[in-house]
Design a protein around this ligand. Structure first.
Ligand code: CO
Length: 460
């Protein structure tokens, strides 16, 4: 398909089309650069994933792409370049003082978030390298991001949260005030409802980081939102809460009061330490299972009302145009979804034989009940093992042993959640939703294995 026809559907406005085109282009250039490199790693199973020069993907901003050898002499982000010891048993290792008291990852590990090439850096997002992930926790530094006006640097000593509107007692909380209140720690995924948005009509991105990297899981710690709402006293008729961020976009979303009183968290910590700045430091709203855009970062204000506020992010954006021309609004719960992360796109299986198929599954409505895996394009299914713990509204790791016979194969995973909802095929999803909308694509993903071991993104 010609380049300018690829995103011709009406759901792509000029900005979306440009983003989608440049995303395809940037991935193509990265993989091409990989292929031209002289090194052992391109013959491995993870071409494009364990390579140092991929870290330049993080620097591939505003149209400037990788330059050959860039960063090669330096350690990858998050690592420190140390002299490699030829005989580590024969000489003393480095001292505990060398890392300044805050550890770093191995200089041989180079996975980074991949920046989605938006037109400007002011509004931007980055994707989690799911293919190289283990277990269910996303390292804080690899959690996907979405910013509408950059990452603010906020001093927690001057930051506060104002709670007003239909409450008996308007209140203002400093960070100290909030950290004195009873806290909870919960593991939850956050998924952008735009995750997988390029895949509606044809297989477009090549890697699972590109197709599914807008979901991540962390342990979040903070105060139940219900606690502060009870302190302020909700008035009769209170039905919605506006949550507002302190970034330059002054991001706002309306949250149903039932959700606020159920499991919403005013989170100040992530994976055992303070939130990362790009995740909302010093305070973010966490709405387990809801689309990522509602988890307002740099949270500074909550206003209680009897109706939704109809902000830009719930009218112009984050609505879903249906085939009959009406739009779904406030589609906040993320439908159950799963994806195989190994093997996945742009990998190459070196030879027939034993492999462990693995991936993640999740649902915005509760726990994962089962994950089935097919190796023949959905003809037959086998139940995968679910790794404990299986938590509500949290990534769940699944595994299935597989002996590849060297023949062509199409791998799929299909999750069923505890409400009985079954992940649809793309055809089933499109039959209901049409192809006018970009958000909430949770269809079954296909990875094609060629006889030479190459793994590619295909539609069934
Ligand atoms: Co939605």
């Amino acid at each position: 398909m010609a380049k300018n026809e690829r995103f011709s559907d009406p759901r792509y406005g000029p900005a979306e089309r440009q983003m989608a085109e440049s995303l395809v282009e940037i991935e193509r250039q990265m993989l091409e650069e990989e292929a031209g490199e002289e090194c052992d790693c391109k013959d491995g199973m993870f071409p494009g994933l364990t390579r140092r020069n991929l870290l330049a993907g993080g620097a591939a901003l505003g149209g400037s792409l990788l330059t050959a050898g860039q960063g090669r002499a330096d350690a990858p982000p998050g690592a420190v370049e140390y002299r490699v010891q030829p005989e580590p048993t024969k000489e003393q290792g480095r001292t505990i003082l060398d890392d300044g008291g805050y550890g770093s990852r191995s200089q041989f590990e180079s996975e980074v978030r991949w920046r989605y090439p938006t037109a400007s850096l002011d509004s931007s997002w980055s994707m989690t390298p799911l293919a190289s992930g283990h277990g269910i926790i996303t390292p804080s530094g690899l959690h996907f991001e979405r910013h509408h006006a950059g990452i603010p640097a906020i001093d927690p000593r001057t930051h506060s949260l104002t709670l007003h509107g239909m409450v008996d007692q308007p209140m203002r909380f400093t960070m100290d005030d909030l950290q004195r209140l009873p806290a909870v720690s919960r593991m939850h995924f956050i998924e952008c409802s735009g995750n997988t948005l390029t895949e509606w009509t044809e297989p477009t991105l090549k890697t699972v980081q590109g197709t599914h990297g807008l979901t991540s899981t962390s342990e979040w710690t903070g105060v139940p939102l219900s606690t502060v709402l009870r302190m302020a006293g909700l008035q009769d008729g209170a039905a919605w809460i506006l949550a507002e961020g302190a970034d330059a976009a002054v991001m706002t979303r309306s949250v149903p009061i039932d959700k606020a009183m159920d499991d919403a968290i005013l989170a100040y910590a992530q994976n055992g330490e303070a939130l990362r700045p790009e995740q909302g430091y010093p305070l973010r709203l966490l709405l387990p299972g809801f689309e990522g855009n509602t988890h307002i970062k740099w949270l500074r204000r909550l206003e209680v009302s009897d109706k939704p506020f109809m902000t830009r992010e719930e009218t112009s954006k984050y609505t879903d145009l249906m085939p009959d021309g009406t739009a779904r609004q406030f589609t906040m719960e993320m439908d159950a979804k799963s994806v195989i992360t190994f093997p996945s796109g742009a990998m190459r299986l070196p030879r027939p034989g034993y492999y462990e198929i693995t991936g993640i599954a999740w649902s915005g409505r509760g726990k994962v009940e089962t994950v089935e895996v097919s190796t023949d394009g959905g003809e037959t299914w086998e139940q995968a093992a679910l790794e404990e713990p299986v938590l509500s509204k949290c990534h769940t790791r699944f595994r299935l042993p597989w002996v590849w016979d060297g023949e062509e194969a199409v791998l799929q995973s299909r999750v069923t959640d505890e409400t009985g909802y079954v992940q649809p095929t793309l055809e089933e999803l499109v039959n209901v939703r049409g192809t006018n909308s970009v958000y909430h694509l949770n269809a079954i993903q296909n990875w094609h294995i060629a006889p030479n071991g190459e793994v590619t993104n295909v539609h069934a």
